[in-house]
Write a protein that binds this ligand. Structure first.
Ligand SMILES: [Zn+2]
Length: 101
């Protein structure tokens, strides 16, 4: 997934009364093979923010390890729920380390 795909899948903008909310989709695994996603507000911008300000904020969220991490094996950015640990993603854990998901 490139950043554009990550943004379209995992980031949402919502105009609310108190400003422009930037939501991030988090993934958790209450049961194996059954991911549950939930949206949380990562940031609130003023209503009148320019699209450039919004882009800068989105980039900051992408760089925030609380939400996304870069796998050190494939170099891809992944939502935290797709990371095997803090270093590698689930895909690499499966492919390169024999971990079964
Ligand atoms: Zn990887």
């Amino acid at each position: 997934m490139n950043d554009k795909e990550i943004i379209s899948e995992f980031i949402q903008l919502k105009q609310e009364n108190d400003g422009l909310h930037i939501l991030v989709r988090g993934i958790s695994w209450p049961h194996p093979h059954e991911p549950v996603s939930s949206w949380t507000v990562a940031s609130v911008l003023p209503q009148i923010s320019s699209s450039q300000e919004v882009d800068v904020k989105i980039q900051k969220i992408l760089d925030n390890k609380q939400y996304f991490q870069i796998c050190q094996e494939c170099g891809q950015r992944n939502p935290r729920g797709w990371m095997h640990n803090h270093v590698i993603c689930q895909g690499c854990a499966e492919k390169n380390h024999g971990v079964v998901y």
